[in-house]
Ligand binder design. Structure first.
Ligand code: BGC
Length: 250
């Protein structure tokens, strides 16, 4: 598919899967079913580049691309690596992907991309003021918007609670890994959110990530003072946001 009017390829690099789809930029929806490949383990730059290449080839995509990465990304360079191979640190992901694919690739933090999509097409549409998006998955991602403008790389998933990195207790992977009930895990999420809201005083919190599909299982255990809603674009938000940002940049 030659990059065409109104469409942009978005790719979401996650801890377990690398997913992509051409995104209809006016509607904020996939123009075709998404394609997923397993994230290689270890997720070294070389192995991930190959996997991203597979997704691009699947769609026969020729043109600019937007891509998420689950770490701090500044000017295309990966700065941290909580849930990916440490050899990424210092790598300019945008440059290596652009060179490999032969087209400009914009690389952004995964939670920031998901937030951009939610603000444009989902639960944050037309919301002014301070809005915090929290994605619960392998890690905890956050994106913060002030009157619709993104404050990038907020990384509030890593605040310290009870002496440990919050994401090592409240990310959704621990619900299964530690055999927690919804109530137990919901309690952890609640403690986390109550702490975060006292740092940034948002007017709305949007909960994203795959588990937001099951929000009615754990929302009853949340008693923040800030209103909380589930993300509307769920796990598609990263792909859609990456595509939107790439379109804005090209
Ligand atoms: C990373 C963030 C990322 C989040 C969700 C965290 O461990 O530090 O950059 O957004 O996981 O993938």
């Amino acid at each position: 598919m030659i990059g065409h009017e109104g469409l942009m390829l978005g790719i979401d690099i996650g801890g377990s899967g690398i997913k992509g789809a051409p995104v209809d930029l006016d509607r904020g929806e996939f123009a075709e079913l998404r394609h997923r490949v397993e994230t290689p383990q270890p997720a070294t730059p070389k192995a991930v580049l190959r996997a991203v290449g597979e997704v691009v080839t699947y769609f026969d995509w020729e043109g600019p691309i937007g891509c998420t990465f689950p770490a701090v990304v500044q000017g295309g360079t990966v700065v941290t690596a909580s849930n990916v191979d440490r050899s990424w640190i210092g790598t300019n992901a945008a440059d290596v992907l652009s060179n490999k694919l032969g087209h400009p690739v914009l690389v952004v933090n995964d939670a920031d991309a998901a937030g951009v999509a939610e603000m444009e097409f989902g639960a944050g549409r037309e919301r002014q003021g301070t809005v915090l998006i929290v994605t619960l998955g392998t890690g905890i991602g956050t994106s913060l918007f002030v009157d619709g403008t993104l404050v990038p790389n907020t990384e509030l998933g890593h605040i310290e609670i009870d002496g440990v990195d919050a994401e090592t207790r409240a990310a959704s992977r621990w619900r299964n890994a530690h055999g927690l009930t919804w109530k137990q895990w919901g309690g952890r999420v609640n403690k986390y959110l109550c702490r975060v809201e006292r740092l940034v005083w948002p007017e709305l919190i949007i909960i994203g990530g795959g588990v937001s599909r099951k929000h009615e299982r754990f929302f009853p255990y949340l008693d923040t003072r800030t209103p909380i809603v589930a993300a509307q674009l769920r796990n598609d938000a990263g792909i859609i946001g990456a595509a939107l940002l790439a379109a804005r940049a090209s």
